[in-house]
Design a protein around this ligand. Structure first.
Ligand code: OXT
Ligand code: ADP
Ligand code: MG
Length: 598
């Protein structure tokens, strides 16, 4: 029996294409992706897409293989956010597809453009539920979670399917799109010339959307009458890559702005107009608020009093008209792409028409100064073991010299405290848990940031958050990426000192406080550091970034550091009924190990 290697098959297929005879679904899909500018695919192979990944790689597309589809999907989503082009994730049928779907749904929630292409099993067997290998109606399963979902049923429709998926992902409000490609379609042969003619490249994938002039005037009049105007910049503003238009409007008017977490760095965090350090005052007192690529969702208290003034009037700049009025009346809707809207506002504003009254600016400055002083105090403390602020002070000092570093951030306390302690100075350099507050994005986002930009990445993660995608350390090492993972290790989900009242089992929030996460990366050839003081954190991080190698710094924190749910504890349901049992102090196995033999 003779076997054909993939390389031989590829050469033969190239030769046959050269003769202008036959092509197949594999080639057409790769060609369609290349034609539409895809440079990288994030995925995990298996039946029926293994040869597709090989072919993509052979054709010059970079293929990054992960250990779990969710991380591959998260990488594709982050790539979409960073590049403004759909990130592509490739998965196998049924379970692989479902693993990736969480990331696709998260991308949709975050308004990131992403396309998940999944192989699927034999349609005639799946549809009659005959018990096919990895049987699942994937198209139906995807629909509720995505912006759009399509299936290609014939090789001749591959070009159309790719065009449709890419257009849907990136135009208007960006989001996640599912493209189902049954194995049989990948293997289907067709005339090569007809196949080539069936592909096309999208013209103007995300057309500009200009605001109506009267809508611009309405917004300017409202701003002109404001005594306490405020601009809120969201991750849509970061995504829009309209940095100059946004800066120019803000600086020409002097209006204070609040950056949402992923908009940090759009203007440098030390910009005098930033009121990140006077957040609650800015929200509660602003009388006219202009939302730019930010939804009035839970992260902004739905625009409700007392977090906001009950009399506040809202202007909303968004590409998605149906977002407006979702929570509060929008007095001045500005529907369009952020670049066009901000440019129109600057152009149409009469000199001196929109300003920020001095009294308002002074009030905000005073609050900023007060909060900056308490932040300095917290950072200056030097308890042993370390707590969040002390470890992060060291990280902050190292990153102060490296504004080029991309910061990925997840956890609860690890998220909330990092957001406020680590300043960002460049746009789109911070990627985090986003609209869902999801754990598990860490390593996937870090891989994408490194692959898409070539810049160093520091992923700052709670020890629980890290665990969701920890095995991707191997991916980071395999591709030798300049990623440093900083684990803020307090031994628990929120904190690590809770005891169980009922048995020897650890409490639900407990993890192992004795864990040495740095040993995980050493298993794959990366550099591991164990840090117990701020100086050790700074030394390790400085070395790790300078090396350009995969690294992990395990920062040992006091297990009592951290509060339940971080800054969003109020979202935990409260009951009037007292707990059944009072906690009985009983050390669990991890604590006993940490204490050592008696
Ligand atoms: O204005 P005032 O005076 O009020 O002051 C404010 C600012 O002005 C000021 N400030 C500053 N002062 C001085 N200097 C500077 N630079 C400065 N910057 C700000 O500080 C205060 C507070 O400011 P802030 O933070 O802006 O304001 P606030 O009120 O907090 O903002 C509100 C929010 C809502 C906008 C903000 O809090 C926010 O963005 N929060 C995001 C919260 C979030 O998404 N959390 C993650 C989810 S928690 C939970 O769900 C977790 N789970 C469950 C789970 C999840 N999520 N996913 C999956 C798939 N499965 C399960 C789990 C398992 S978290 C988690 C793991 C946790 O354990 P880890 O070990 O990972 O993490 P640790 O907690 O570290 O142990
Ligand atoms: P944040 O969580 O930072 O507040 P959100 O994700 O809630 O930000 O909001 C992002 C908003 O930005 C979405 O409503 C989305 O429709 C919008 N958006 C995304 N890209 C653009 C763009 N290019 N122009 C205008 N609006 C955009
Ligand atoms: Mg923790």
């Amino acid at each position: 029996m003779t076997t054909t290697t993939f390389g031989e098959a590829l050469a033969a297929s190239d030769a046959s294409q050269g003769q202008g005879t036959l092509t197949d679904g594999f080639h057409l899909l790769v060609d369609a992706l290349k034609l539409n500018g895809v440079e990288t695919i994030y995925g995990l192979v298996g039946i029926p897409i293994t040869d597709l990944a090989r072919l993509a790689q052979a054709s010059g597309i970079r293929y990054i293989g992960f250990r779990h589809e969710q991380s591959a999907g998260n990488a594709a989503a982050a790539a979409g956010f960073l590049t403004k082009k759909p990130g592509v994730c490739l998965t196998v049928s049924a379970p692989g597809f479902l693993n990736g779907l969480v990331a696709l749904a998260n991308a949709t929630t975050n308004c990131f453009p992403m396309v998940q292409i999944s192989g699927s099993s034999e349609r005639h067997l799946v549809d009659l539920q005959r018990g096919e290998y990895e049987e699942l109606d994937q198209l139906a399963a995807a629909r509720p979670f995505v912006k759009a979902a399509y299936r290609v049923d014939r090789a001749e429709d591959i070009g159309r399917g790719v065009a449709r998926a890419f257009r849907a992902a990136v135009s208007g409000r960006p989001g996640g799109v599912y493209l189902d490609v049954p194995g049989a379609v990948l293997g289907e042969a067709m005339d090569a010339a007809a196949g080539a003619a069936s592909l096309w490249r999208l013209t103007d994938p995300a057309p500009r959307q200009l605001p109506a002039p009267e809508a611009v005037n309405r917004a300017l009049s409202l701003l002109a009458d404001a005594q306490r105007p405020l601009v809120v910049l969201g991750k849509g503003a970061a995504y829009a890559q309209a940095d100059e238009e946004i800066r120019s409007f803000l600086e020409s008017t002097g209006i204070p702005y609040l950056p949402m977490s992923m908009a940090k760095g759009l203007l440098p965090d030390d910009h005098p107009q930033s009121v990140a350090a006077a957040r609650s005052l800015a929200l509660s007192k602003a009388d006219v608020v202009m939302l730019v690529g930010a939804r009035l969702n839970w992260l902004l208290g739905h625009g409700e009093a007392p977090e906001w003034s009950p009399d506040a009037k809202f202007i909303q700049v968004d590409i998605e008209a149906s977002e407006l009025d979702s929570n509060q009346p929008i007095t001045a809707p500005l529907v369009g792409d952020i670049g066009s809207v901000m440019a129109a506002l600057t152009e149409r504003a009469r000199p001196g028409q929109v300003t920020a009254p001095a009294g308002w600016r002074d009030e905000l400055e005073a609050r900023k100064a007060r909060n900056a002083t308490s932040m300095q105090k917290r950072l200056a403390d030097d308890p042993h073991p370390m707590r969040f602020y002390n470890a992060l002070r060291a990280v902050r000092e190292v990153l102060a010299d490296r504004p080029d570093v991309y910061v990925v951030n997840e956890g609860a306390n690890a998220l909330d405290i990092t957001r406020n302690v680590i300043d960002m100075r460049l746009p789109r350099h911070r990627l985090d848990s986003g609209t869902w507050g999801v754990m598990g994005i860490g390593q996937g986002y870090a891989v994408a940031a490194a692959v898409e930009t070539g810049a160093p990445v520091v992923a700052i993660e709670g020890d629980s958050a890290f665990g969701f995608s920890g095995m991707e350390l191997e991916t980071i090492c395999r591709y030798d990426l300049p990623v440093t993972v900083v684990v803020l290790n307090n031994g628990g989900v929120y904190r690590g000192d809770e005891t169980n009242s009922a048995s020897a089992d650890p409490s639900p929030t407990r993890l192992d406080p004795t864990a040495h996460h740095e040993r995980l990366i050493e298993a794959f050839g990366g550099d591991g550091y164990h840090a117990t003081t701020p100086q050790e954190v700074a030394d390790a991080l400085g070395k790790a970034i300078a090396s350009g190698r995969p690294a992990l710094v395990d920062c040992v924190l006091d297990p009592s550091a951290g509060t339940e749910s971080g800054h969003i504890a109020r979202l935990n349901p409260k009951s009037a009924v007292p707990p059944l049992r009072q906690p009985r102090k009983r050390a669990d196995p991890a604590t006993r190990r940490a204490r050592g033999p008696k």
